[in-house]
Design a protein around this ligand. Structure first.
Ligand code: FCB
Length: 413
């Protein structure tokens, strides 16, 4: 097997709210109000899953839906980064929790900034490249109360917070991800209404979508002004849509779906973008309807496992002419039944895309640790490393060891 490009980034991805524990933000408050409801709906939503007998104890328990201590990464980051290092990772993606840094407008908490600086320093010491996300879906309560991303003020406030971060990290952070999956967030929070603030309103949705694009462009300029060498991107969730049997109607629907999900946000910001972070999870077959997929292996969450889709998703980004870093890719698989196969097949397909001229610079698996999966809570297990939430003990899964060998050799073995 051929090698991956020189200096390829290998590692894993995380997000503050999902691992740190002890956060106080719009999500933590929403969880408390919705835990009982979510537990009550679990059987209806997930009862059909093959994994149901295993997950139902957790899924029907309201405490599953409260992020609480999460993985206690807040206190254990040093050990966890050490663990990532021992697995031969040379990169790590994490997010900065805005609500910790700026619990009140304009009042920055220097202690919390210092803690994130320690994370960056620790990564640098270990020879690991930090990929810093500035916003991974959670907002401080004062931002929620002014109307969240519907309010124009929020984009400006996010700019101030980001500027403060850029100044605080000096030249120590090279790769910045301004926003995580803006279109997934605006859809789930403002159109489907299943995430906070649970609105179902196309106008609010469009406002949020546009404000996020504005916020990105603004932050791009601010960070560049502070450090012209900085590389700034977003983490973009792209789905591979396949037009079944290449039929005209299916092709037309693919075009529409591509525009809506995959390219619309990127097109708005592409002039202020140094790299594309690709979050890849879904392959959707279009056959007079979306997502009518062939009956293939599925994850514990019922998500179809089709690693070859990443090759197509990568090729479809080629026209943007930007370096691409896979900023997320993974699966909920508590027994580690599919993860090794999934990682191997995914990496083979990334190699094929590279051979076809796509400029891929790194692969960050979702996730380093099992963690808090938003409105599903703790039962989905995405970690290379298993977490025992009672004892907080970490246990390396076999697939993590296989992945560690690949990271070390820079090739599929
Ligand atoms: C992505 C999110 C990430 C995680 C994975 C499973 O959409 O960015 O936080 O929840 O899905």
């Amino acid at each position: 097997m051929q090698e991956f490009p020189k200096n390829f980034f290998w590692g894993a991805s995380t997000a503050s709210h999902q691992i740190e524990g002890g956060t106080l933000n719009d999500w933590s408050e929403w969880e408390k109000e919705n835990a009982v409801r979510l537990a009550g709906e679990a059987e209806l939503k997930f009862g059909y899953l093959e994994s149901w007998p295993q997950i139902k104890g957790e899924a029907m328990n309201p405490s599953n839906y409260i992020s609480g201590r999460a993985c206690d990464f807040y206190n254990r980051f040093e050990e966890d980064l050490e663990l990532a290092k021992s697995l031969n990772h040379n990169a790590f993606r994490f997010s900065i929790e805005w609500s910790r840094i700026e619990p009140e407008r304009g009042k920055f908490d220097e202690k919390e900034i210092a803690r994130y600086k320690r994370i960056v320093d620790s990564l640098r010491k270990k020879g690991m490249e930090p990929f810093v996300t500035l916003w991974h879906w959670t907002i401080p309560l004062w931002v929620r109360d002014q109307g969240g991303w519907e309010s124009k003020k929020t984009a400006d406030d996010f700019g101030e917070f980001s500027q403060k971060m850029a100044e605080s990290f000096g030249g120590k952070v090279r790769f910045w991800i301004t926003l995580n999956e803006p279109e997934i967030y605006s859809n789930a929070s403002y159109l489907k209404g299943c995430w906070p603030p649970q609105k179902k309103n196309i106008f609010a949705y469009l406002k949020v979508f546009n404000n996020l694009a504005k916020a990105h462009k603004n932050v791009y300029d601010l960070i560049k002004k502070n450090d012209p060498q900085a590389q700034i991107g977003i983490a973009k969730h792209n789905i591979y849509f396949e037009a079944y049997q290449n039929k005209f109607g299916n092709r037309l629907m693919k075009k529409a779906a591509d525009w809506w999900w995959n390219f619309r946000f990127l097109d708005k910001i592409k002039n202020k973008l140094d790299f594309i972070g690709l979050n890849y999870y879904f392959y959707s077959l279009i056959d007079e309807g979306f997502g009518k997929n062939r009956n293939q292996a599925v994850s514990d969450m019922g998500w179809e496992l089709r690693p070859e889709g990443i090759r197509h998703a990568l090729k479809e980004l080629k026209n943007y002419n930007k370096p691409i870093i896979i900023t997320e890719n993974g699966l909920a698989d508590r027994d580690d039944k599919h993860r090794s196969w999934f990682i191997l097949e995914t990496l083979k397909n990334i190699q094929k895309a590279i051979a076809q001229g796509v400029d891929v610079r790194g692969y960050l698996h979702w996730s380093l640790l099992d963690n808090f999966e938003w409105d599903k809570g703790f039962w989905p297990r995405f970690g290379l490393v298993e977490v025992d939430y009672k004892t907080m003990e970490r246990k390396i899964r076999p697939s993590a060891r296989l992945y560690a060998r690949i990271c070390k050799e820079n090739k599929i073995i």
